[in-house]
Design a protein around this ligand. Structure first.
Ligand SMILES: CC(C)(COP(=O)(O)OP(=O)(O)OC[C@H]1O[C@@H](n2cnc3c(N)ncnc32)[C@H](O)[C@@H]1OP(=O)(O)O)[C@@H](O)C(=O)NCCC(=O)NCCS
Length: 233
């Protein structure tokens, strides 16, 4: 008997096209998913279509699709911490979220990947690395051996991390940034594009340049701070 495809509902219209392409490429190999709807809090988008998929309403509408898996597509440097608030607000069990891995990504067998993760084409996740739930690793990024990419962290395109790096909860690494071995980027931090991180980055810091230096710091939500402080508990 042929298995019916798993329905997907996307959160966020902005990144839909990029992430839907993972789904299409998976389906080309083996029909696995059908894309049902997009949800977005911007009322101007409701009733519109993105590449043939309807934007049906705000994020809460996910309750109308109890059998669908949810794709957490929201994620930019501006919304990096808002992502946490959205996940909390929706209160869905983690196993409702789909993890999408592009078929051209190379994931070593000892890697652990949680729910709600996105791994884009050409990404390489080296041995013994952990991607906690809702982590994103985008186009052609390399995540080194034994990294810990904490919940909700965003590694954009062409990012490169050496071995033993920790990227904190809901931190954002801009495109082409790189991180030296065994460095820790704390929760809620922002590494600007092209930066070279050779020192640990504190909680909520915005660092840039080569070598990366702190320009300013941003307030990190209490619940994200708690996750960070209790990360080894
Ligand atoms: C972080 C970022 C948004 C810039 O932030 P910002 O708050 O707008 O920073 P500003 O433009 O106000 O710049 C502040 C200062 O930092 C400098 N600066 C900004 N980005 C920089 C960078 N990546 N490297 C070095 N210096 C940078 C600016 O020249 C400016 O210096 P000045 O005060 O001497 O003029 C941008 O660098 C970045 O990383 N964007 C993310 C892009 C990305 O990765 N997208 C995902 C693609 S897949």
């Amino acid at each position: 008997m042929t298995k019916s495809p798993t329905e997907l509902v996307f959160l966020g219209a902005t990144a839909f096209c990029e992430i839907a392409e993972i789904v299409r490429d998976i389906n080309r190999i083996e029909p696995t998913y059908s894309i049902r709807a997009i949800l977005d809090d911007n009322p101007d988008l409701h009733g519109t279509m993105v590449e043939g998929t309807p934007v049906v309403g705000p994020l809460e509408e996910c309750r109308r699709f109890p059998d669908a898996r949810i794709v957490m597509g929201i994620g930019s440097y501006k919304t990096r911490m808002v992502r946490h608030a959205i996940i909390e607000r929706l209160g869905l069990p983690e196993d409702r979220y789909a993890t999408l891995i592009h078929p051209t990504a190379k994931i070593y067998p000892t890697v652990e990947i949680g729910a709600g993760c996105i791994v884009q084409c050409g990404a390489v996740i080296a041995a013994d690395t952990v991607l906690e739930p809702f982590a994103h690793v985008l186009f052609n990024s390399f995540v080194g051996v034994g990294n810990r990419i904490c919940r909700g962290a965003l590694l954009t395109s062409l990012v490169s991390t050496a071995g033993g790096v920790t990227v904190g909860h809901y931190a954002h690494l801009g495109t082409t940034s790189s991180v030296a071995e065994n460095r820790t980027i704390a929760a809620g931090a922002q590494v600007a594009m092209g930066s070279v991180v050779i020192r640990d980055v504190p909680l909520g810091a915005f660092v840039l340049g080569n070598p990366a230096r702190r320009l300013r710091s941003e307030k990190v939500d209490e619940s994200i701070v708690r996750m960070w402080e209790n990360r080894d508990a």
